[in-house]
Design a protein around this ligand. Structure first.
Ligand code: BTN
Length: 326
C-alpha cells in the first residue's frame, strides 16, 4: 500500500476528525514533508482536504475516483477483492486480467479501469468505455468445477448485476438470456465471461462486467443496433461508482460462495425470477433458423428451455431472444 493510500485510510478511520501532521507522520512512520507531499497529491486527485493551523488535516469530500484503496476500504467479502488493481486507462480490463492471471494472480483479483481504450463486447463488438461515468471491471475466479458448469457463472454475474442495480439505484432491472441486463427493455449492462481451460480442467474464468451508470444520451455510439440506457438516465440520479462497485463485489462474493457450496439451483431460481421473458411467448433468432415458443426456464448448463406450440421443449444454446410483438 502506498503512503497516499495509507493517509487516505487514516482519514477514513477518523471520519470528520482533524489529524495533525505530526500524528500522521508518527502513525505511518514517514516524514512531515512526505505527509505534506501526499496531502497535496490527494488534493490534485480531487480530494478536498481542509488544513487548519492548530488542528491539522481533515478530509471533507472525495471525488468519484476508483482507487484500489477506496474500493478495498470497508469491502465486506470473503474471496473477491483479495487484490484490487485499478487503472485510469487500460485497453480492456478483461485483457489485462488475463495477463495477470497467466502470471499467477490469485482468485478474487479484481481489475477496474476508469476508461477502456479497447473495451470488448460479445461477438467481437466494441464496448463504449468513456472515462468518469461507468463501471468497467473484471474478476478472476479459479473454480474447481467441471468444464461444462463454467457457463453457469454467466448467470451468477447477471443476477448479481441486476440485483445491485435494483438495490443501489432503485431500478427494476431484468436479465435477458443469455447475458444482458435490461431496464425498461433497454440494455444497461453487458457481460463478457472468458475462460482458460484444458481438456476437463478450468485454469481460470474471467467475469467481465460493464455497467452504464452515469452515461448521458450523447455518449452512446450512434451505430448501436439495440436500445441502450444508463442508471442515471433511468433514475434521474447520479450513481456513486465506488458504492456501486463495492455492493456488486459483495453480492458476487456471496453468490459465488453459495454456488461453490450449493451448486447452480439457487442462482438458477434467482435468474428465472429476474428473467424478462419467463413464461412469455418469444421468437428466437438463431441466424439460419427462427423458432417461436414459450420460455419455460433454464437447463443446468445454461441452455434456454423453449416450449414449442406442439408441446415439445427445445434447448436453445445460442440466439437472440425477442418477446413476440416487440
Ligand atoms: C456485451 O454485452 O457485448 C458485453 C460487454 C462487456 C463489457 C465489459 S466492460 C469490462 C470488461 N472489459 C471488456 O473489455 N469488456 C468487459
Amino acid at each position: 500500500m502506498t503512503s497516499r493510500d495509507k493517509i487516505l485510510n487514516l482519514f477514513r478511520s477518523h471520519p470528520d476528525q482533524y489529524l495533525s501532521g505530526q500524528e500522521i507522520s508518527r502513525t505511518l512512520d514517514i516524514s512531515r514533508a512526505a505527509v505534506w507531499k501526499q496531502v497535496k497529491a490527494l488534493r490534485d486527485l480531487g480530494f478536498e482536504i481542509e488544513a487548519k493551523h492548530s488542528s491539522g488535516y481533515r478530509l471533507l469530500a472525495s471525488p468519484d475516483l476508483l482507487l484500489a484503496s477506496e474500493i478495498e476500504n470497508r469491502l465486506n467479502t470473503r474471496l473477491l477483492g483479495t487484490s484490487v488493481v485499478t487503472y485510469a486507462e487500460i485497453d480492456s480490463t478483461n485483457t489485462e486480467l488475463r495477463r495477470l492471471a497467466e502470471a499467477g494472480a490469485v482468485e478474487g483479483t479484481v481489475v477496474v479501469a476508469d476508461r477502456q481504450s479497447a473495451g470488448r463486447g460479445r461477438l467481437g463488438r466494441r464496448w463504449e468505455s468513456p472515462s468518469g461515468v461507468n463501471l468497467y471491471c473484471s474478476i478472476l475466479l479459479r473454480p474447481d468445477i467441471p468444464l461444462h458448469q463454467a457457463s453457469q457463472l454467466t448467470f451468477l454475474s447477471a443476477v448479481a448485476v441486476a440485483e445491485t442495480l435494483n438495490d443501489v439505484c432503485g431500478l427494476t432491472a431484468k436479465v435477458k438470456w443469455p447475458n444482458d441486463i435490461l431496464v425498461g427493455g433497454a440494455k444497461i449492462s453487458g457481460l463478457l465471461n472468458e475462460m482458460n481451460a484444458e481438456t476437463e480442467q478450468i485454469h481460470f474464468v474471467i467475469l467481465g462486467i460493464g455497467v452504464n451508470l452515469n452515461m448521458l444520451t450523447e455518449q452512446f455510439p450512434q451505430e448501436l443496433n439495440y436500445r441502450a440506457t444508463s442508471a442515471l438516465l433511468e433514475s434521474g440520479r447520479p450513481v456513486d461508482r465506488l458504492l456501486f462497485l463495492r455492493s456488486l463485489l459483495e453480492k458476487l462474493d456471496l453468490f459465488y460462495n453459495e454456488f461453490l457450496r450449493d451448486g447452480f439451483v439457487p442462482i438458477r431460481r434467482r435468474w428465472e425470477s429476474l428473467c424478462n421473458t419467463i413464461n412469455a411467448v418469444v421468437e428466437v433468432d438463431m441466424g439460419n433458423l427462427k423458432l417461436s415458443g414459450t420460455v419455460v426456464g433454464l437447463d443446468p448448463d445454461g441452455a434456454l428451455r423453449l416450449q414449442l406450440e406442439n408441446g415439445t421443449v427445445e434447448r436453445i444454446l445460442a440466439g437472440d431472444v425477442r418477446p413476440v410483438g416487440e
